[in-house]
Design a protein around this ligand. Structure first.
Ligand SMILES: [Zn+2]
Length: 238
């Protein structure tokens, strides 16, 4: 029945078009076993800790305050090119699992959680944590850019694949950034200045913009997915 062929072709085309999805974008994924995001326009910025949870305290600095400051600077850096959702805008406690649920309301977004680190006195420098394959390139870009602005690096872990609640459990690409060690005398002095915190926010923002523009291009081989269960409260941070 030759008269049906154009119909058939049209239906086939429509089916193909509907099946084509942009890689790593526009859909939730439990394991993140897909390419990294490209073309995203929404960034969820999570300031670590808050309220009753101060996070690290060292050398007169309080992690929850610094994390919120960098989160707000990051929002300013990204706007208006991106829609930015702040997980908290004030000194407020938010459960980790609530942060995961909030992130999952935005299927086309990425999540960046901002922290500062605590360790031995000689440790210094940024660390970036990821777990999912679709978060690797973003994490690598963030770590590279932060490393370029951090003058002290000593005994820091750099780019780390670790199953944390905010690197494993959201169904969108997600990373956790430790911007520096509050326990290191020189790094703490820098982190205490607004100009350095602005540099940190700028470095993270550039990485986010590059990821949205280029996807995983130029970031080398993407690590294979690991099909591990969600991270729970009792899990060791490692
Ligand atoms: Zn923290």
């Amino acid at each position: 029945m030759p008269h049906l062929r154009p119909w058939f072709a049209l239906v086939l085309l429509a089916l193909l078009a509907s099946c084509q999805s942009q890689p790593g974008n526009g859909k939730r994924s439990t394991y993140g076993d897909r390419p990294g995001p490209q073309g995203f326009k929404t960034v969820i910025v999570d300031a670590g800790h808050g309220g009753k949870d101060s996070g690290a305290r060292a050398r007169g600095l309080v992690e929850k305050q610094l994390a919120l400051d960098v989160a707000k600077r990051l929002r300013s850096e990204l706007w208006p090119g991106f829609k930015v959702v702040l997980m908290r805008e004030s000194d407020r406690f938010v459960e980790l699992d609530s942060r995961v649920s909030i992130a999952n309301r935005y299927p086309d977004a990425i999540l960046v959680s901002i922290h500062f680190n605590y360790g031995s006195r000689r440790r210094a420098g940024p660390e970036t944590y990821y777990w999912r394959s679709d978060s690797y390139a973003l994490a690598k870009r963030v770590q590279r850019n932060l490393s370029a602005v951090a003058p002290y690096e000593s005994g820091n872990a750099g780019l780390v694949r670790r199953r944390l609640r905010l690197t494993r459990n959201p169904s969108i690409p997600c990373i956790l950034v430790e911007c520096g060690y509050l326990t290191h005398a020189s790094e703490a002095r820098l982190v205490a200045t607004s100009s350095y915190r602005e540099k940190l926010a700028d470095a993270i923002a550039k990485a986010i913009r590059d990821q949205s523009t280029y996807g995983d291009a130029g970031m080398g081989p993407i690590p294979r997915p690991i099909y591990a269960p969600p991270s729970r409260a009792g899990d060791a941070r490692g």
